[in-house]
Design a protein around this ligand. Structure first.
Ligand SMILES: C[S@@+](CC[C@H](N)C(=O)[O-])C[C@H]1O[C@@H](n2cnc3c(N)ncnc32)[C@H](O)[C@@H]1O
Length: 268
């Protein structure tokens, strides 16, 4: 059954209790919920399903699922820091570490995790755990980003290209140093197959980001959230300030990171 004693908590770089966490989760929801919901609809999730939302963050996906499975279904939303997940009937919120804490076997019709496993060094073992807690034939949806999938467009001048490229490279170093794999989106489908999931169906999505878009909002928010770590990773305060100004410029346009959404099923 569900436990609450984390033996070890991974060195997750962001902090749901930090000054920038509300912005972070708002931008994530604006940016990714449309794609996440489109893919979740493909599972046929409906009244009566029992769902698990792993690392629910701000809770937008957990809330959406709770509405879909009402009135007789249920959603368990977990997080190591679950304080931002809203409460509503049919939605159970648990402080829970997906690496270490127990879960009931063969219990869930649908499990969703977005931008969680890439942060966990033991992500392959977590995938195997998720397979065992799916009911036979149940659905697993993993949504992840590959932040290194970025090609500078010629419309960006050399200074902007250099600044933005340096920021993305420093962010990649920060995440990698904490055991995250910021490229994992592109490997997730392979790892899901190797964990014994079947009918693995990946899609990949990119768009253009400009000032005022949730993607750029997230990048600016993350540059504040992780400022100390970015300084340790070689950025300077003045270059961070400059890159924020560049991203807020009305002329700024960049291809987004690649977003990977992988649907799969537990073996029957
Ligand atoms: C980048 S946020 C993504 C939040 C949400 N899934 C979304 O996409 O909007 C990662 C979330 O995973 C949670 N998390 C990190 N490590 C975790 C772990 N070991 N077990 C459960 N949740 C974890 C964090 O607290 C955070 O809320």
């Amino acid at each position: 059954m569900i436990g609450f004693n984390s033996a070890t908590t991974p060195d997750y770089v962001f902090d749901n209790n930090g000054d920038h966490s509300v912005d972070q989760h708002r931008y994530l929801a604006e940016l990714l919920d449309p794609l996440t919901f489109e893919r979740l609809r493909q599972t046929g999730v409906t009244d009566g399903w029992n769902c698990l939302e792993v690392g629910a963050g701000g809770g937008s996906v957990a809330l959406w699922l709770a509405e879909r499975v009402a009135p007789t279904g249920s959603v368990l939303a977990t997080d190591i820091k679950p304080g931002l997940i809203p409460r509503r009937p049919g939605l159970t919120v648990a402080q829970h570490d997906i690496v270490n804490d127990p879960l009931p076997e063969s219990a869930f019709d649908l499990i969703h995790a977005r931008l969680v496993l890439s942060h966990l060094p033991r992500r392959r073992q977590v995938l195997e755990r998720l397979r065992t807690v799916l009911r036979p034939g149940g659905w697993l949806q993993i949504d992840e980003i590959d932040i290194t999938h970025w090609v500078a467009p010629p419309t960006l001048g050399p200074r902007v290209r250099d600044l933005y490229g340096a920021y993305v490279a420093a962010m990649t170093r920060v995440l990698s140093a904490a055991g995250s794999d910021p490229t994992w989106g592109r490997s997730a489908a392979r790892d899901m197959k190797e964990a014994g999931l079947v009918e693995v169906d990946p899609v990949c999505w990119t768009e253009m980001w400009g000032p005022g878009s949730p993607g750029v909002g997230l990048l600016i928010s993350n540059s504040l959230h992780l400022e100390d770590r970015l300084l340790e990773a070689g950025m300077t305060r003045s270059r961070l300030r400059e890159v924020r100004e560049v991203m807020a410029d009305p002329e700024f346009r960049t291809p987004s990171f690649a977003v990977h959404s992988i649907l799969a099923r537990g073996p029957s």
